[in-house]
Design a protein around this ligand. Structure first.
Ligand code: MG
Length: 464
């Protein structure tokens, strides 16, 4: 794959990701997702309208129609594609949590899930080859549709206990990060009779409030507001609102793995059993919480499309990752920030404040580290480190995971950066730190060995 990364095509607008690329890729998208109509939506970035126009022109030049849904959360577009029968695919123009100068093209299959790697590589092939456009009398047309946001909200409300949430009379502070949730999430709160204040609630693609990644550092304003004690729950989305993170009533940011564990447990309690699907990098807290409620965990490689597809295969009740990407099988098989918001309100209404609920979730210490590593070398690291592993249970589902009785370590190449990531978890901080250090040394040694060999080779060639 040259163009598609883990979350579609990403790049700086008008540099790598310019209108020419978008037009040519629009044609390739029509080839793979056609015959159409193909739905398109965008986040609030200032380059998004240009890219919607260019991708749409490419699609229409292939004879396929385009349905323009305007500015919407990614999961709202996915719901539209899934629900509207004759729509054969979707395109989301967003760079999610990346800085304002970036944008992206993300493609959606007819069933509303993110396109598979096979579909994406077919698009790249058509992009390379170039597509023959249709005759003048077959060019597609473009129709703008409003109301996809309301259909999405209705669908969310049909999946939670609305009277229970209304009765709880909750107070919420919502941070929309000036992104795609600015209309939908306030509307969901309003319909659930939740009293709320919104920060960064204006659509603004420069993200003036804070960067659109909902990390603890970026949510200082929300945490300060929550620390006033006036609210029951703090909620924040990323730029395209497929993710949702939470701050408790005392102003404490809830780490994503603890939230994933809690919601996994609630899902298993609701269904009285069932399978939760998550990536191999997830905390043991998830497995502990799920098993305590009588469910089981199924592990996949890291990445929400992989988790979503596995949920469909094995009928998983819930899935997700620790970055706030949460997938509710009853709603749709994709990360869904709006649904997560409503489900957490439902949990608070039923089980009480988030901080009290989180006391049920065991505490683990998770160390996250990374070694700089050239992309060309990444594939050689795991076999080398594996040869040095003397104890523990080895799993190569994604990178190398070694499980011990008192914790685990995961080594995996980053899909987006020249880094090799190291995760180490244990209930005992000293154990987690010791293993992180040991495995970092093994990765560094494997990386150095490769680099040294490469240098010697170059030298010989030079002296010939
Ligand atoms: Mg996102």
């Amino acid at each position: 794959m040259k163009m598609f990364g883990t979350n579609g095509i990403r790049g700086v607008a008008n540099e790598y990701l310019d209108a020419d690329l978008a037009l040519r890729m629009g044609r390739a998208i029509a080839k793979v997702l056609g015959p159409g109509p193909i739905a398109i939506a965008r986040d609030t970035r200032i380059s998004s309208q240009m890219l919607v126009s260019a991708v749409s022109a490419g699609i229409m030049s292939m004879g396929a129609d385009v349905v323009d849904l305007g500015m919407l959360p990614t999961p709202a577009l996915q719901m539209f594609v899934k629900r509207v029968e004759d729509v054969t695919g979707g395109v989301m123009i967003t760079a999610s949590h990346n800085p304002p100068k970036f944008n992206g093209i993300k493609c959606i299959s007819a069933d509303g899930t993110e396109c598979s790697k096979e579909q994406e590589s077919a698009m790249e092939e058509w992009y390379e080859k170039g597509c023959e456009t249709c005759g003048w009398d077959s060019i597609g047309c473009m129709e703008s549709i409003t109301g996809a946001d309301m259909a999405y909200i209705d669908s969310i409300l049909s999946n939670v206990n609305v009277p229970a949430i209304k009765d709880a009379k909750l107070k919420v502070c919502l941070d929309c990060a000036n992104g795609a949730s600015v209309h939908t999430s306030p509307a969901i709160l309003e319909m659930l009779d939740v009293e709320f204040d919104v920060i960064n609630g204006e659509p603004d693609g420069m993200f003036p409030g804070h960067e659109s990644e909902p990390t603890e550092d970026n949510l200082s304003e929300l945490k300060e507001r929550m620390a006033t004690g006036r609210y029951d729950l703090g909620i924040a989305h990323d730029g395209d609102a497929d993710r949702c993170v939470f701050v408790d009533r005392n102003g404490r940011y809830v780490p994503g793995d603890r939230m994933l564990a809690l919601l996994s447990k609630r899902a298993v309690q609701f269904y009285e059993g069932g399978i939760v699907v998550t990536g191999v990098s997830s905390s043991m807290a998830v497995q502990d919480a799920v098993e305590s409620a009588g469910g089981t965990v199924d592990y996949t490689a890291v990445g929400s499309p992989i988790i979503a597809r596995r949920m469909m295969e094995i009928d998983g009740v819930f899935g997700g990752e620790e970055n706030g990407g949460l997938i509710f099988a009853d709603h749709q098989y994709c990360r869904d920030g709006g649904m997560a918001l409503a489900k957490v309100l439902e949990a608070v209404a039923k089980y009480g404040p988030l901080d009290e609920q989180l006391a049920e979730i065991p505490e683990y210490c998770t160390i996250k580290d990374a070694v700089m590593c050239d992309d060309a070398v990444k594939a050689t690291i795991v076999p080398k480190v594996m040869a040095s592993v003397k104890d523990g249970r080895v799993n190569t589902l994604d990178g190398l995971r070694v499980d011990y009785d008192d914790g685990w370590v995961l080594l995996r190449p980053s899909g987006t950066e020249p880094k090799f990531r190291i995760y180490s978890e244990s209930k005992d901080r000293a154990v987690a730190e010791r293993r992180a250090k040991e495995f970092r040394a093994l990765v560094e040694a494997a990386n150095r060995a490769r680099t040294r060999r490469y240098k010697v080779k170059t030298k010989r060639t030079f002296f010939k």
